[in-house]
Design a protein around this ligand. Structure first.
Ligand SMILES: [Zn+2]
Ligand SMILES: [Zn+2]
Ligand SMILES: [Zn+2]
Length: 157
């Protein structure tokens, strides 16, 4: 796994809350959080950073040597479909959503020091970018905004 962000909170409780919230979201939508999907979500919540599909597969194979890449990708598709997980393109991996289904737009702040990923949900930023694209005759379909830098903790260290 990648470098872990420092935690000044009870991360076990954090993971437990996230898994409870995921169970609720799945139940409301008649979707099944199978043990495999739940385990993948748990592995992504292992940190507040980015986890690669390869790392997830490696962990699953420690527990079940027959785990294969499609096992991971199907679980990731399911979790992304429910808004529980976000893809982080620039780090070629996945991160947890801290506010599943409670935001329409999302931008990411990615710390290159500790790996922490934070979410912004700025509608004005989204609309501004879309308007500038549209002004050029471009028809935007989706946006990926990933800002790399230093988190508050790393910046002050
Ligand atoms: Zn945590
Ligand atoms: Zn999110
Ligand atoms: Zn940091």
């Amino acid at each position: 796994m990648q470098s872990q962000p420092d935690h000044d909170h009870d991360h076990d409780a954090c993971i437990a809350d996230a898994l409870d919230a995921a169970e609720t979201i799945c139940a409301e939508r008649n979707a099944r959080l199978t043990p495999n999907r739940r385990r993948v979500l748990e592995l992504i919540w292992d940190s507040h950073g980015v986890v690669s599909a390869y790392d997830i597969l490696a962990e699953l194979q420690k527990e079940d040597p027959s785990a294969k890449p499609p096992t991971v990708y199907r679980a990731l598709d399911f979790l992304m479909g429910l808004g529980l997980v976000h893809r982080i393109e620039s780090n070629n991996g996945f991160t947890r959503c801290e506010a599943p289904l409670r935001h329409r737009v999302c931008q990411f702040l990615i710390c290159d020091g500790c790996g922490l990923v934070e979410e912004l949900h700025s509608r004005p930023l989204f609309d501004n970018l879309a308007a500038q694209a549209t002004a050029l005759g471009f028809q935007p379909e989706y946006q990926t905004v990933e800002v790399h830098g230093r988190c508050a903790r790393c910046a002050s260290a």
